[in-house]
Design a protein around this ligand. Structure first.
Ligand SMILES: *Cc1c(COP(=O)(O)O)cnc(C)c1O
Length: 380
């Protein structure tokens, strides 16, 4: 059996930066939760994306949870959320006892459709219940078209939480993804563009939000000699060892983006003359980090997504469908959903026709060629 080719797997630096920071934590016995790596990682990430403050947390999901809480989401509220995403984008809405309202995708960006968002706002006005927040997801590395979304949210005075778990290092009109909304979050899970094995970060230009997140994430412990608590807390803080991995990974983030783009361009070039294959559209309003290379098959294609996934799996190559929209999920299907089309919603269409291709930065040119040959072979 050939060595497995992954969708996206952890890729530590050749220089060993991560191990050096982790060793530093061991050498100074800062293996406890808090420590200098945590503060440094926050500072370095905040500097990288150009934002005032950051709070290092145990996961991207925890960052969304505390981000929504910081925006005041509580029981009985509604929160708008992109439907085409991973469930972690909306689970925290329910942790807080609020109701999600799902918004369809725009065909060009794959992300939140401003027209569908407008419909949802108009409905909310009619019901006299504006949402407490809007969770905008930047899928597979590409930013949503933030200007149109910002304009609507500002009109109704509703804050944005930008789920940039998949888009660290991407830009939108020169601004870093995750820094455009009131609060942004990143994930360092094992398959993300950089990883700490597991972890997340909340960023904001409003320091009050990140400070509050850090406070809640450390069990809401008041500044007293004894343990004093006036609020419910969480054990959501990133550990000093984990933050050391993050500091090392941050040094190679730009290299990873270059490689991810090369992977995408190679697929695009290779499939140019196969009419049934279309690579995910990359909008010229920004630079994607190309976290995953995604393609769609034409509706009329004789080869179906499952044929490709099975052919790859047979050769020990990982691929997967596009996210199944949240409004189609059994656990969320009772919640409202807004789309701007009278036809099949864009998100459902992409779910049915899309495939995430191996986008591992450790993949060699020969391995990627092997993936391409298998797929091309199906169209002969
Ligand atoms: C990975 C991911 C998350 C969650 O991050 P974790 O660190 O795994 O909790 C949230 N949203 C999106 C879109 C993701 O891809």
């Amino acid at each position: 059996m050939m060595t497995r080719i992954y969708l996206a797997s952890p890729h530590m630096s050749e220089e060993g930066y991560e191990q050096a920071y982790v060793k530093g934590a061991f050498d100074t016995n800062w293996v406890a939760p808090l420590g200098p790596n945590v503060n440094q990682f926050e500072q370095e990430l905040a500097d990288y994306v150009g934002v005032k403050s950051a709070s290092a947390l145990s996961s991207g999901t925890a960052a969304i949870h505390l981000g929504l809480k910081a925006l005041g989401v509580k029981e009985g509220d509604t929160v708008f959320c992109s439907t085409l995403t991973f469930s972690a984008s909306c689970n925290p809405i329910l942790y807080l006892g609020a109701t999600p309202v799902f918004i369809d995708s725009d065909a060009a960006t794959w992300n939140m459709c401003p027209k569908a968002l407008k419909k949802a706002f108009e409905d909310a006005i009619k019901r006299h219940q504006l949402p407490k927040a809007v969770v905008v997801v930047n899928l597979y590395g590409q930013s949503a078209d933030m200007d149109l979304i910002l304009e609507l949210c500002q009109k109704y005075n509703v804050p944005i939480l930008e789920d940039a778990a998949e888009s660290l290092g991407s830009t939108y009109k020169g601004r870093m993804s995750g820094t455009i909304g009131d609060i942004g979050i990143y994930s360092f899970n094992g398959n993300k563009i950089i990883t700490t094995s597991g972890g997340g970060m909340m960023v904001s230009n409003h320091e009050a939000y990140t400070k509050k997140a850090t406070f809640w994430a450390t069990q809401s412990r008041e500044a007293e000699r004894h343990y004093e608590h006036k609020e419910i807390g969480y054990n959501y803080r990133m550990s000093n060892v984990v933050a050391g991995i993050g500091r090392g990974q941050l040094k190679v983030l730009n290299e990873r983006i270059v490689k991810k783009k090369e992977i995408y361009e190679t697929y695009k070039e290779a499939f140019r003359d196969i009419e049934d294959i279309e690579m995910m559209n990359i909008c010229d309003f920004g630079e994607s980090n190309y976290w995953l290379s995604v393609m769609t098959l034409k509706e009329t294609s004789q080869v179906k997504p499952m044929d490709i996934m099975l052919a790859l799996e047979k050769e020990n190559i990982e691929s997967r469908p596009v996210w199944k929209p949240m409004h189609m999920q059994p656990v969320f299907k009772q919640y409202p959903f807004f789309t701007a089309t009278d036809d099949q919603p864009v998100s459902e269409d992409y779910f049915k026709r899309g495939i995430c291709l191996p986008s591992d930065t450790k993949m060699t040119a020969e391995q990627q060629q092997h993936v391409i040959d298998i797929i091309k072979g199906l169209f002969k």
